[in-house]
Write a protein that binds this ligand. Structure first.
Ligand code: FUL
Length: 451
């Protein structure tokens, strides 16, 4: 009897486990993941594609990458600081947001914070009456691009670092930045957490900081150590060919929309160093980075550090201009430019992200051109407002005998997937969605020449 009951209980237990695992099996998880969508702020952030990082501060004048917190504010003295030069260059180069290192690990503040003397107010620049944050924020707003703040949690200058009061200090500084400078589009919270001047390490009160951002700037994304945007995990500017924006998050591994940002500097260092003027990345290198960041379902955060004059250096400006020219050339070489498509194919070639088609897994879409065209790059986009769904896709071209030959294939798409292909000439093409977590919502497809 006891044995019978035990067997019975065991059977129920095993059945429950089987049911549970079937409910949480990979298919179930994928179905669930297919319907997780970005918040409005995450969607707007992803659509920007290109964000600039501006590493500028006391390090610029010491030629350092990481200050130790003992730097003298008297050394901060840009001779020709012109935030308009920075931001107009960035806006003309297609950047949609600029994030300023308002305070790096050295603790020096680029605005006259009321909570420390370690700031521009004790520098000779503008006789202590200057405010770099204001100049940059105003220029961003004037040029119609977003303004973002980098406020380093690690502070090697503050004597409060390593105590509970430091979290209050951080909240106070965050509050200054998020109240006095108009709209803020992104708050970048660095993960670095070293020792402060007293040799103590700080326990950061992230939850409290998130609440401050949500209250003061509800449209801002909180990146890296925040809940809206994830760090790609490397600084080599290469994302992942298979990049899902829906990933398990937190201790309980809840699935959430948590897209990647790919940060890299146009120079070897994050801060300006004169001896790196010859090592500025070329337009072609930036184009490669564009393919492995934006083209791998991420946002590119490209650092362009102003120099000791307080200007972007000529070499960096030239490179940014070249990068923009290459992207413009690529866009204008679309094979669909002189061959407008009809029906479903039109919706994905109209240059309008807001129009889309629904493709079932295994379904194909044919494009016919008026004449043969040559291309070597593919751009494809899902409308991520419906989620991210495609697991694999391929592009074929029709051969003269009517058969099809595959010329490109990929796994995930997400907001944007860019692929280099061998130079190909064709007048009839077809896109195949091979596997998808749910019906694919395809927004745009383009084939171009990438120089
Ligand atoms: C890192 C910092 O330590 C670097 O100096 C730089 O600011 C980079 C973007 O983030 O964590």
């Amino acid at each position: 009897m006891i044995l019978q009951r035990t067997t019975h209980l065991l059977t129920i237990f095993l059945a429950a486990i089987a049911l549970l695992s079937s409910c949480n099996g990979p298919e179930q998880t994928e179905r669930k993941a297919a319907h997780i969508t970005p918040s409005e702020r995450q969607f707007n952030w992803q659509r920007q594609e290109l964000t600039a990082f501006l590493h500028f501060g006391i390090n610029t004048f010491y030629g350092r990458e990481w200050g130790n917190g003992a730097e003298d504010p008297a050394r901060f003295n840009p001779s020709e600081l012109d935030a308009d030069q920075w931001i107009s260059t960035l806006a003309q180069s297609g950047f949609k947001c600029a994030i300023l290192t308002c305070k790096h690990h050295d603790g020096f503040c680029l605005w006259p914070s009321a909570y420390t003397g370690h700031s521009v107010k004790n520098s000779p620049w503008k006789e202590g009456n200057g405010d770099v944050v204001k100049e940059v924020a105003d220029a961003c707003h004037r040029h119609g691009i977003g303004f973002g703040v980098y406020l380093s949690p690690w502070d090697r200058n503050s004597s409060l670092y390593g105590t509970d009061e430091y979290n209050d200090y951080f909240v106070n500084q965050l509050t200054e930045l998020l109240t006095n400078y108009g709209d803020v589009a992104e708050v970048w919270l660095d993960g670095a957490c070293g020792e402060g001047p007293n040799g103590r390490v700080q326990e950061y009160d992230f939850e409290r900081w998130y609440a401050v951002v949500r209250e003061l700037q509800p449209d801002a994304v909180i990146a890296i150590m925040g809940p809206d945007v994830r760090w790609v995990g490397t600084e080599n500017c290469i994302g992942r060919a298979t990049e899902w924006s829906v990933v398990p998050t937190g201790a309980d591994e809840t699935l959430a929309w948590y897209p990647v940002e790919v940060d890299v500097s146009i120079r070897p260092g994050w801060f300006y160093h004169e001896d790196e003027d010859d090592s500025v990345k070329s337009p072609e290198q930036l184009m490669d980075i564009y393919f492995t960041s934006v083209g791998m379902n991420g946002v590119l955060l490209l650092n362009i550090p102003p120099d000791t004059r307080g200007l972007l250096a000529d070499a960096d400006i030239e490179s940014l201009k070249g990068f923009k020219a290459l992207r413009d050339e690529m866009a204008s070489s679309s094979i669909f430019r002189d061959s407008p498509q009809r029906g479903r194919a039109r919706k994905v070639t109209d240059g309008n992200y807001d129009t889309h088609i629904v493709m079932k897994p295994d379904q194909e879409l044919v494009f016919s051109l008026d004449e043969e065209k040559t291309f070597n790059a593919l751009c494809i986009q899902e409308d991520i407002r419906f989620g991210q769904r495609v697991k694999s896709f391929a592009l074929d071209v029709q051969l003269p005998d009517g058969s099809w030959a595959e010329v490109a294939s990929g796994t995930t798409i997400g907001h944007k997937r860019l692929l280099h292909l061998d130079e190909t000439t064709a007048s009839k093409l077809r896109l195949r969605i091979i596997e998808s977590r749910a019906n694919a919502i395809i927004s745009e497809v383009d084939l171009t020449i990438c120089q």
